[in-house]
Write a protein that binds this ligand. Sequence first.
Ligand code: PLP
Ligand code: ZN
Length: 559
Amino acid sequence: MTKDFSYQCLNCGHSEPYIAQIGACPACGGEWLDPIYNLPETAQIWQNELSSRDNTMWRYWELLPLLDPRHIVTLGEGWTPLIHTDNLGAMLGHRHIFIKDERQGPTASFKDRQASLAISVIKESNVTELVVASTGNVAISYSAYCARAGIKLWAFLDSNVPHEKMREVTLYGTEVIKVSSTYDNTKQVAARFAKHRNLFLDKGIRSIAAREAMKTLAFETAEQLGKKVGRPWAAPDWYIQAVSGGMGPIGVWRGFHELYQMGLVDKIPKLAIIQAAGCAPMVNSFEKGLETAEIVEQPSSVINVLSTGNPGPAYPYLRNLVLKHGGAFVKVEDEATFRALRVMAQLEGLSMEPAAAVACAGLIKMMQEGLINADETVVVNASGHAFPIEKQILERESVKSHTRVQNLARHEVESVTDNGHLRQERLLAALERLDERVQSIAIVEDEPDARLLLRRILQYKRKYKIFEADDGASGINLIRTQQPDLVLLDLMMPDVDGFAVLDTIKADEQLRNIPVIVITAKDLTSDDYRRLSGRVESLLQKGEFMEEGLFESISDVLK
Ligand SMILES: *Cc1c(COP(=O)(O)O)cnc(C)c1O
Ligand SMILES: [Zn+2]
C-alpha cells in the first residue's frame, strides 16, 4: 500500500506533492523541506492498528517520507526500551527520570533510525552509490544499511575517528577516506568529491529523511510513557539529548508536534540541548543572544562524535523552538561527562559512549541548577553504546583511576598450588590479604531506597564492609556490636531519630570517636545546626550530593 503526501519549503512556504529524489525547492532553491501528512486519517489508523504492528520504527510508516513500503531497508531498528532510573533518580532526588536506550539499535547508536529511513529513501530514488561525511556513527550505521540495500558507500571520516570505528566501517565493505582535518572540513571535502564524481551526497540535517527518522523517537517515547501511566500516549516534560548537528531534537520536536496536532498528547516536551563545552556553538551563541551561530573552528573537546563546529540552519531552528516553547541550552565539561559516564554504568548498568554521557552530565547539571521541577517527567537519550570505543574510554586517566582490578600476586597463586593440588589454608590466607584494608561503614537510615542507594554507591568501590540498620534503636545496637570505622546517619527517623543516635554515640566512651556523616532531607534550623556542630564530620543534603561528594567526605574521614 503506497501513500501520497506533500512537502512544504521552510524558506518560501511553497508546497506540492512529494516525489522521490526531491532535492531542493523548485520555487526558491531552499534546501529545508518539511513533509506534510494526513494527520487525522493517521490518528484513526493508529487507534485501530498500531498495537498489532511490529515493534520497529516502521510501525509509524504513515508519517515517514517513503512512498512505497517495499523499499524499506530494515534491521529491526527502533522500539528501544524506555528505562526508569531508580538509583540515579534516588541520587538526584528525582523520581521521574527515564532513559531512552538507543544503545540497543542494530549498530549500537541512534543513527540507526536515520540510516534505515535515509537508505530506504535512497533506494526508492534508485541511487546506487552514496557519499557521506561522518564523525563515526553515521558511517557505521549507513554502512550496515547500504550493505543490505546493495548501495556502494563512500564514507569520509575526520582524523579523530577512533580506529575501532574505522575498522567497523571497512568491515561492511565501505570505501573509507580519512581526512586529516576537522569534521566541518571533512564535510566540505566529501561534498567536493561527490560533485566531482557526480555521486549522490547525503545532506545530513538538510535531508528530509534524517529529521523525519528522529520523529520515531517521539512516537515511541509517547507510546511507552503512556503504558507506564495507563494512557495510550503521554508526553514527558523534557527531552534531553547530546547535540552535534541537531537532527535529533529537531526530529523529536516535530514528532511530538504531530502527536499534539492529532490530539494524542496534551503537550510538547521542552528540549534540552546539551553540548560539550569544547565544541558548543549552539549553547554559546544562545547565551550571547545571537540569531545565527558563531562557528567553532577548532573543537577542543575529546568527544569527537559531537564535533559539529558550524551547525548552520539547525541552530536558528532550535533557538526558535526553545524561545517559543521553553527548553534549555547547556554545556558540560569533558570531565563532568566522564564522571556521568561512570555514574550511569555503575548505578544503572548502562555503559554509554562519551557522546551519550554528555546528555547525562547535562541532566545532572540541570538538576543541580534547579532547571527541572520535582514533578516533571524527563527522558534522556542514551544515544550510543560504549563498546565500539571502550579502549579510548578506559585509557582515560579519570576512568582508570576508579577501575579497581583485584589481583592475586603471582607468587601467591603459585604458593597455593603444590604439585597441582590446591592447598586450602594458603589459598584462604592469600584471599584474606585481599581484604586486609577493608574498612567498615554502618548506614543508619529508615528509608529503604536511600539505604539501597548508599550501599550501591559504596559497593562499587568494593573497599567497604557495609552494615545497615533501618531505625535509630537498631542503629545504636549495630554501632555497639560492630564498632564501624564510620557511621552514615539519617536525621529524620521515627522514634529514635538521628539526633538521639548521635547523643548516644557521643555519650559512650567506646563509641565517641567513631566519625559520623549526616545525610539528611531536612531543612536544618539554626538550632539543628547547633546540635550537630563539632559532632559530625560532614553534612550532605539528600538528592543533592553526587557519588563524588560522598566519596570525598568518606575518604577525608577514613584517611
Ligand atoms: C550523532 C550523535 C549525537 C548527536 O546527534 P544530533 O542530534 O545530530 O546532534 C549524539 N550522540 C551520539 C552517540 C551520536 O552518534
Ligand atoms: Zn522555497
